[in-house]
Design a protein around this ligand. Structure first.
Ligand code: ZN
Length: 211
């Protein structure tokens, strides 16, 4: 039996409900996960569930290796492969992915390939912790989600500095990570706020990179 602390699961459901109420998880969009203490698996919201009405059985266990189901009554989110890649590539212990409007709109300014937005000028960037790099990447929204995870892992492996704890997926949404789920939620609010400012001030500009 793989560990699945009930407090963690209840907290995932609570945060999902809050983000759903904000309109950041419309329909069944978005997913939330918490890394388990042995770091081999993570608890993640199941695929296709209404995030405003999650119950404990809607949180399942997936492998850090590839995001595949390990345990649970339902299939894990289709985007679990991205969560798994983040857990493999960073020291994250919690990940949130949503379709919040401003971050998603900012991702639409990215035209092709992998691009970055520099968030260094924003006071809100301090809410993301100490940043070695202030370049938030945007990745193509491949229909095969595992390809997004592969892009992310390749990008991270080639970086000289740790990336900020956030990424965008073009015309899709935003993903953030942190040491705790509460901290991830705070960081998500900061990224959404920065994206709003980028769009309001008209300064939103992506720089294309090659890896
Ligand atoms: Zn999504």
């Amino acid at each position: 039996m793989i560990e699945s602390p009930r407090d963690d699961v209840a907290f995932v459901c609570k945060i999902a409900s809050q983000l759903y109420d904000r309109g950041w998880m419309p329909g069944t969009a978005g997913n939330i996960s918490i890394l388990q203490s042995d770091k081999s698996a993570f608890a993640v919201t199941a695929s296709g569930r209404d995030k405003g009405e999650l119950v404990e059985s809607d949180v399942v266990i997936a492998s850090v290796e590839d995001g595949a189901a390990v345990e649970g009554a339902h299939a894990p989110s289709a985007e679990s492969a991205i969560h798994a890649a983040i857990y493999r590539c960073t020291s994250a212990k919690a990940v949130i992915h949503v379709h919040s409007p401003y971050a998603t709109a900012l991702s639409c300014r990215s035209d092709q390939g992998i691009t970055t937005v520099d968030i260094a000028e924003y006071e809100l960037s301090k809410g993301l912790g100490h940043l070695e790099s202030s370049l938030v990447p945007t990745f193509p929204n491949w229909p095969d989600v595992s390809r997004i995870a592969t892009d992310l892992a390749g990008y991270f492996s080639g970086l000289p500095q740790s990336p900020p704890p956030a990424m965008l997926i073009r015309r899709h949404g935003v993903t953030v990570w942190a040491d705790t789920l509460r901290q991830a939620k705070n960081r998500l609010e900061c990224i959404e706020g920065i994206a709003q400012l980028e769009l309001l001030t008209g300064t939103a500009s992506h720089v294309q990179i090659s890896i």
